[in-house]
Design a protein around this ligand. Sequence first.
Ligand code: UP6
Length: 251
Amino acid sequence: KTRSSYEQKLKTAQHSVSKKLLETAINKQSNLIASADVTTTNELLEFAEKVGPHIIALKTHIDIISDFDYKKTITPLKELAAKHQFLLMEDRKFADIGNTQELQFTSGVFKITDWADFVTSQVIGGFESLDCFKNVGVVAIIGMSSKGTLTTNSYREEALKISLSHPNVIGGVSQNEIPEDLLLFTPGVNLADSGDGKGQQYNTPEHVFKNLHSDFIIVGRGIYKSENPEQAAVTYKNEGWKAYVNSLKKA
Ligand code: UP6
């Protein structure tokens, strides 16, 4: 079974964020999302400046930034995103009732609604819990990469039903193939390691494009822990693109 190309997916994409992601992937010949799991504003901005040209999106866990300040952290981050043409993905993994998620999304110090292009959310709160993410794209957590995760076959099936029917959802995070109407984001990608001793399990770009028909790879420590993060980003970008092109050829 063959997979659809980014060009084919762009023709049928409904959501503006899906279109932007696919267009960026085509323009930059990249399917790489770098996970910036660093804990200070300086590290975050330095990292974004270095890897920005090579990625389609920067994934943040904004609540791990110890010196977070909207003007000092977000304003320059948005400028870097515009300069290097990447999207901002906040990996908040919302997991509550709709009303609480709405507050977490719009309020507090992070004000995610004001800057994120797309966010991750669990779907454990049910269909209506996703209604609040009006101005962004939602990437639903369908399956997790960690050892012993509770995202079993039957959980994933139910999570996919919600994701396929909700207009805010643009895709899913998963370690399994998902329907082509959703973009597939796959974390747990590393060229050097098979795990981290804390439950994380890694695969190669080749594996996730060939076997899962993934659209985008998410790489954290493989890049930001590397001695030369910019060079590592280029390596993952090239490996990801090569694996994507090969996955199109597969009969
Ligand atoms: N992430 C996973 N697995 C999931 C969902 N999300 O690893 O199923 C996120 C982590 C981290 C990144 O929260 O930010 O992707 C992976 O980082 P790593 O490459 O350093 O392991």
